[in-house]
Write a protein that binds this ligand. Structure first.
Ligand SMILES: Cc1cc2nc3c(=O)[nH]c(=O)nc-3n(C[C@H](O)[C@H](O)[C@H](O)COP(=O)(O)OP(=O)(O)OC[C@H]3O[C@@H](n4cnc5c(N)ncnc54)[C@H](O)[C@@H]3O)c2cc1C
Length: 386
């Protein structure tokens, strides 16, 4: 089958790899130029790790791990409040764990399909028409083509979803937080650690990337309106939102570049992930937000399981249903968890912060690995013996 995939990110590239593996002809359209990938770190374990292993990517990914030996919570003067060692984190997750730049995973997936799958960069779908025996697509540059199936893997603000299922507002659940992040030079002597500093309703996180001398500064704050300001206003908006914040926040804000990645924490919840010859995977149908720490994993699961279901079932609707039936319970569980964990991660009040501090001080020990595991939600691979 000729399958058009909109979006060459984690979900789209994984789907392309496995569709090709099962003998299909995937074509990917990606709106970004070639070689441009997202710049933030991810925790990577469970299902995603399992699929990456089946693709032979683990050695390559492991070679690019972020140099984080522990996660620290500090006070306004940078003094240690609590600490989660990587060793304990691995015990809590109960399986292999990698800390990676999102871009490294995308690069590894892009290389895995290179020469096997056509990827059209700086291209996107403008219109879709479904026939009983195929799907007609018009691209943004006016070109037209026909395919057997269309897979929407174009992220939380998916254009495929908008074109085929309806506006984002119908499916979006705003968690009430906005995040921003950007790289800064390491002039703070951070060392091999990720540091969190919180005040009521806002949190700053700083961690090293896999490029020596570079850090990512990540800002998370509670907001009634999650709409990202226009690019030219983002730096000023961020400085306003974090005005007066302690620790090294003023220096981090002063180092902000003009172009800042800003987005609201939005989950996508849809009654059905497919319509006719179109199926959605990854954040497009199941965004969980960064507080799940499993969005990339579930995006890979969507690509892998969809290709597997199309291989196992002759009828496409049966395949779409089988994939959704397998994945939806795992996604819902992680979305519910991510929603409640966001409230714990960024408490609204001083009292909430005190609770967070006490739980962290007591909980981040071997003896409390079980409690911590509950905090992380379900970290196991959903593939089992598949
Ligand atoms: C700051 C941050 C931290 C995170 N931390 C973690 C973590 O620790 N662990 C984890 O597992 N997940 C984490 N996530 C979530 C994870 O990154 C996402 O869930 C995952 O990237 C989803 O993959 P995807 O392929 O569905 O979407 P995306 O990665 O968003 O990829 C979508 C692709 O589609 C392209 N695209 C968009 N629109 C169009 C269009 N109209 N036409 C063509 N192409 C288009 C985009 O350019 C992109 O390449 C984090 C996310 C953020 C923002």
């Amino acid at each position: 089958m000729r399958v058009l995939i909109s979006g060459g990110g984690i979900a789209g590239l994984t789907a392309a790899y496995w569709l090709h593996h099962h003998g299909h002809e995937p074509v990917v359209v990606e709106r970004a130029p070639r070689g441009q990938f997202g710049g933030y770190g991810i925790d990577f374990f469970g299902t995603g790790h399992d699929i990456a292993a089946r693709m032979g990517l683990i050695d390559r990914l492991a070679a690019h791990q972020l140099p984080t030996e522990d996660i620290r919570y500090v006070d306004a003067r940078g003094r240690l409040r609590s600490r989660l060692e990587r060793r304990l984190l691995e015990k809590v997750i109960g399986g292999p764990y990698l800390a990676l730049m999102h871009a490294r995973l995308e690069e590894a997936l892009a290389d895995a399909v290179r020469g096997r799958v056509e990827i059209r960069h700086e291209q996107r779908i403008a219109a879709v028409g479904q026939r009983p025996d195929g799907i007609d697509v018009v691209f943004a540059d006016g070109a037209a083509d026909s395919f057997d199936l269309l897979v929407g893997a174009d992220g939380v603000h998916s254009a495929t979803r908008e074109l085929v299922f309806g506006p984002e507002s119908r499916f979006a659940r705003r968690l009430g937080y906005t995040m921003a992040c950007y790289p800064v030079p390491d002039s703070y002597g951070l060392g091999p650690r990720r540091i969190h500093y919180s005040e009521p309703g806002r949190q700053v996180v700083l961690y090293p990337t896999d490029t020596p001398g570079e850090l990512i500064a990540l800002f998370l704050h509670r907001t009634a309106d999650q709409t990202a300001p226009p690019r030219a206003e983002r730096r000023a908006a961020l400085r306003d939102a974090f005005d007066g914040m302690g620790w090294i926040t003023p220096e981090l804000l002063a180092a902000a570049p003009e172009d800042i990645f800003v987005d609201g924490l939005t989950q996508i919840r849809m009654p059905r992930w497919h319509r006719g010859r179109v199926a959605l995977i990854g954040d497009a149908c199941a965004a969980m937000t960064l507080t799940s720490a499993q969005g990339a994993s579930m995006a890979m699961a969507g690509g892998y399981l969809l290709a597997e279901a199309l291989h196992r079932h002759d009828a496409r609707t049966a395949a779409f249903r089988a994939c959704e039936a397998r994945l939806r319970p795992a996604v819902t569980l992680r979305q519910d968890h991510a929603r409640s964990f966001a409230r714990f991660l960024v408490p609204a009040t001083r009292a909430g912060l005190a609770v967070q501090g006490a739980v962290s001080r007591i909980g981040m020990r071997d003896a409390f690995a079980g409690l911590l595991r509950r905090g992380y939600g379900d970290t196991t691979s959903i593939l089992g013996g598949a």
